[in-house]
Design a protein around this ligand. Structure first.
Ligand code: NAP
Length: 319
């Protein structure tokens, strides 16, 4: 029979590791299934592993590199006894207590782990363009987070790709820093809301390139320009920019929980505010997997703390 854990945490970004720190300090011996590196950019440590300087995480007045910050989270969780496993869950069964989690073969008769409570902190993955050099230059001019990285582009010419509210919001935010922001959209009509469109159209720093696709991101050490193609005329061109913000949406990592945990239409988990409770008693969710509003490391960490406290109280009430 597989080991029975009080608290099993799925995911190891700021939410999961903060939950681990709190659960470990409460002597709940949390087990963290931290994920595995994958070709889609998912990896232990979450989205901060893909950024460079983090300047808005309180406590680091001089900034800290994203991967270094996650290393500190990890060390702090391990110091109090959290066990981290570099594994990816392939199946969960939340239909009865104890919950069951499989690693490897999802059809195996026996689960790998059993747990009285589960904290889901599997995060979200920014959708990317899948262009040849996009991954290579991620953190070196290519970004998926204007709030995190906009500051580095003071007086630069930069571009945002996408035509939804995220792209419009990011572009508008980025005009605080950049000299110009070119929104590159694959159609000739925006998807974003009217108010956001009006705001972007009225902003003298924002320009639009319609019916245009980014076919490559060019630059040796950092972004120098974008290769573009007009999908109506097939005309190709190059746009000199030092930054590319990809804002074509995020995908919450919730495939594992389909049919078991309540989700919004967009796939984000539903929690019972102001708690981290899901629709299954004993299962809690924190971080970006349940947050399509703020999506910040610090808000994820805060909800991770809440999830650990919710799990601790649930165990006390149900033991
Ligand atoms: P979204 O509404 O799905 O828009 C994604 C945009 O990216 C679309 O314009 C889409 O083009 C484009 N796109 C998708 N895949 C692409 C690709 N491979 N190459 C080039 N372009 C691509 O996503 P979102 O903007 O992140 O917004 C998600 C949700 O959050 C929406 O409901 C939005 O209203 C909400 N949101 C609200 C606010 C706010 O109110 N302040 C801010 C941000 C987000 P097409 O238009 O051609 O499909």
């Amino acid at each position: 029979m597989s080991d029975l854990h009080d608290v099993l945490i799925l995911g190891s970004g700021p939410a999961g590791l903060t939950a681990a720190i709190y659960a470990a300090r409460a002597s709940l011996d949390p087990l963290v299934i931290e994920g595995e590196p994958s070709s889609t950019g998912d990896q232990p440590g979450g989205q901060l592993m893909l950024t460079t300087d983090v300047e808005n995480f309180p406590g680091f007045p001089d900034g800290i590199m994203g991967p270094e910050l996650m290393m500190q989270f990890r060390k702090q969780a391990e110091r109090f006894g959290a066990i981290l496993k570099t594994e990816k869950a392939t199946r969960v069964d939340l239909t009865e207590q104890p919950f069951r989690v499989w690693i490897g073969d999802p059809e195996a008769a026996e689960p790998t782990y059993r747990a009285k409570t589960i904290i889901v902190s599997t995060g979200a993955t920014a959708l990317m363009l899948d262009q040849p050099n996009e991954q290579r230059l991620l953190g070196h001019g290519v970004s998926t987070c204007a709030t995190c990285d906009g500051f580095f582009f003071r007086d630069h010419d930069i571009a945002v790709v996408g035509g939804g509210d995220s792209a419009l919001e990011e572009a508008t935010f980025l005009t605080k820093f950049a000299k110009t922001v070119t929104i590159i959209h694959r159609r000739d009509e925006l998807r974003g809301s009217k108010i956001m469109q009006d705001r972007a159209f009225a902003n003298p720093k924002i320009k639009f390139l319609w019916d245009t696709e980014v076919t490559d991101v060019l630059g040796d050490q950092s972004v120098e320009s974008l290769a573009l193609r007009n999908n109506k005329t097939d005309e190709t061109s190059e746009l000199a920019v030092t930054g590319l913000f990809v804002a074509i949406g995020h995908r919450p990592n919730t495939d594992l929980f389909q049919g078991q945990l309540a989700m919004k239409d967009n796939g984000y988990l539903i929690t019972e505010a102001p708690s981290t409770r899901t629709n299954v008693p004993g299962v809690f969710a924190c971080g970006d997997v349940q947050d399509d509003t703020y999506r910040q490391a610090i808000s994820a960490a805060g909800s991770g703390c809440s999830a650990a406290i919710d799990a601790e109280r649930w165990l006390e009430a149900n033991e």
